[in-house]
Each structure stands twice: as C-alpha cells, then as structure tokens.
Design a protein around this ligand. Structure first.
Ligand SMILES: *Cc1c(COP(=O)(O)O)cnc(C)c1O
Length: 349
C-alpha cells in the first residue's frame, strides 16, 4: 500500500474548485411509478428514448460490477476508452506546464491527446522484449510527470508486460499509473482491476471495442479509487453514455462468453503463426497475448501496398520505434485468415 497518497495534489486547481453542472436527472433521479417528469424539457411522447439517459449509468455499472466481481463504486464509463483518456488529461494535466510519460512503441492516442492538451510528452522506449525499463522511467520521474501510460497487452506489439515490473512502477511513480487493458480478455493474465486497493494511484482501462465485439457503440471503462472517480465525474459531459449504448452493452454482458472468444482467437492465432513460419517474406513473428500479431517482413511499405491491392488491409507500424518493417495483423475469422495467407503466399520475395 502506498501510504499518504493524496490525489488532490495531482488535480488541476480549476478542476478541484469546480462546481459541476447539475443536470435535471442528477437532481431528481428516481420517481414513484406515477411521477410526472416535467423537469428536463423532453418531448413527453416516445418509446423511452425521448428521455435523457441516467447520467451515472447505474444499471450498467451494476451489471459490469457483478460480471467482473468488483464494486460499482470503482467503475467509470466513457464514450470509448478514448473519452476516459481525454478526461484524465483534462483533469490532471495543466496545459503548457505538466508532463506525461509514455513508453513507445505503444498506442498512438496517448501522444495525440498530450499534443491536443499542450502537455509535454516524455518518452522512454521499451526494451527489445517490449518490456518497460523501470530504472530509466523512475529516474525521469523526478521531473514529476502526472500520468504514466502502460498498455498491457501492448498495442502494437501484442505482448503482456511483466507484472513485477508494473508493480515496481506502481510503487515508485509519484503520479497516476494508467494501465490500458483493451486486450486483457484475450490473455490468460489476471486484470489489474483486482488490485485497486493496493495501489491508490492506479487507473485501469478496459473497453467494449475488442473482445466484447462492440466497437460501434463506443463504450470504455475506467476503474479507479472512488476518490479519483469523484473528480472524473465532476468534469464528464452529463449524458456521455447514450441510452442505445447502455441497452446494447447490458444485452452483450449477459450473452458474451469471454472464454469462448478467447479460445477461438487462440485457435486462429496458432494457425496463423504456424503458417507465417513458412512464408519467406515474413522475417519474424512476435509473441502475442492479444487478437493481433506483429510481424516483421522484408519491406513493410511494399508488402502493405501489395496486400492492399489484393483487398487486404493490415496496419503498417514500420514508422514506430523498434518496429522496423513491422506490420500489425488483426486475427480475423477463419475465412478472412485464409484469404490473408493466400495473399501472403502470392507475394514474391
Ligand atoms: C483499441 C484500443 C482501445 C479502445 O479504445 P475505444 O475508444 O474504447 O474504442 C484503447 N486502448 C488501446 C491500446 C487500444 O488498442
């Protein structure tokens, strides 16, 4: 347990003193069965969507909490994890003054958000196994970065980060440590959400966009202490999660069997990896704990274009540090993967 961690020390002063907008539905939540709602200027006629959604999304939070076996008090919902990330920047980082730390190669949004918010970016490259260089990171931290972004399994590399290294970072870093678990359902690893009590500076991100198969509804989850979430709740847009998203997510939570999705992904991953070994233009296949595989080819730009002409879109990551000539390939359906393999075999070395 990190002793005397005070979240208020990290919050922007204007946010700390902010009195949030109080919506009609915040001030008056639950009516009796015969309550007449004349408080929000809604059209009185409709199928339910004429009403504003619950600003606190209580029903959905309860459903997520019971599925993941944690308290709903530690759950925050965003319009995609991207909204949660944006709110973290705007809550904690003073433009033109504060700094954040990222470990490339990693998810591109951290850098984009830092630039949008005029926040200085410090970068410490991952090592050649794509693991964090803990000593270098903690040495830089004397400059007082507010946020440290870790992505595990990491995008675009695909690997999990060693939990012992992450634990050292959680203990040694003075700001908030954000662990982005967008792909955690595909891995065998325990989520960090079960360790929030141990680490008051921990924020974990998950999403409905990957294993839950709902990138289209835009729903991300932030897990953190009640103290941190109280502050995020102060600055979030009042109705950031729409009613259709809430309904679809509730359906999916009761239907989705994550074990099944993980097993299917694993099958296809093994099949692809075996086939990649026999394709001459593929020089290296990186280990993956996610639903994509990073491969190194002989000439990434050329192979990307050739695949495109054969109707297959992959992601060229060759401009990222430590990713020379690397393509990131999402694991598709059996049929899609067979098309990928057929196309790769057509390419001449
Ligand atoms: C795909 C992905 C997300 C998901 O973002 P959403 O806004 O929830 O769709 C978050 N983090 C990483 C690292 C990702 O790869």
């Amino acid at each position: 347990m990190k002793s005397n961690f005070d979240i208020k020390r990290l919050v922007r002063s204007n946010v700390l003193s902010l009195k949030p907008y109080s919506s009609a539905r915040d001030e008056f939540k639950e009516g009796q069965a015969n309550t007449v709602f004349l408080d929000a200027n809604e059209n009185p006629v409709g199928d339910g969507l004429n009403r504003y959604p619950d600003p606190q999304q209580r029903e959905l939070k309860w459903a997520i909490a019971s599925k993941l076996k944690i308290s709903e008090k530690n759950i925050f919902l965003g319009n995609g994890s991207d909204e949660v990330l944006d709110l973290l920047f705007r809550t904690f980082c003073e433009p033109h003054k504060d700094q954040v730390l990222i470990l490339p190669p990693t998810y591109g949004m951290y850098k984009v958000l830092a630039r949008i918010n005029a926040v200085t970016l410090q970068e410490v490259l991952l090592d050649t196994n794509f693991q964090p260089e803990v000593d270098n990171i903690l040495a830089l931290n004397t400059k007082g970065a507010k946020l440290l972004f870790l992505c595990s399994p990491n995008n675009p590399t695909g690997n999990l980060m060693d939990p012992e290294l992450l634990e050292r970072l959680l203990r040694g870093f003075n700001g908030l440590v954000v662990i982005d678990e967008a792909y955690i359902q595909y891995s065998e690893q325990q989520s960090w959400i079960h360790r929030l009590k141990e680490f008051p500076n921990l924020v974990v991100l998950q999403t409905f966009s990957k294993a839950y198969g709902l990138a289209g509804i835009r729903l991300g989850i932030g897990f953190a202490s009640e103290g941190i979430l109280q502050i995020l709740n102060k600055i979030k847009p009042p109705y950031n999660i729409n009613q259709l998203t809430i309904q679809r997510a509730l359906e999916q939570l009761s239907e989705t069997e994550i074990e099944h999705i993980r097993a299917q992904n694993e099958d296809q991953k093994q099949l692809l990896k075996r086939a990649f070994d026999d394709i001459p233009i593929i020089k290296k296949v990186y280990p993956s704990d996610a639903n994509f595989i990073l491969i190194q080819v002989d000439d990434a730009k050329k192979r990307y274009q050739e695949l495109l002409e054969l109707g297959i879109v992959v992601r060229d990551r060759s401009n990222e540090p430590l990713c020379d000539n690397c393509l990131r390939v999402t694991i598709g359906t059996t049929k899609e993967n067979l098309r990928l393999l057929a196309a790769l075999k057509k390419l001449k070395s």
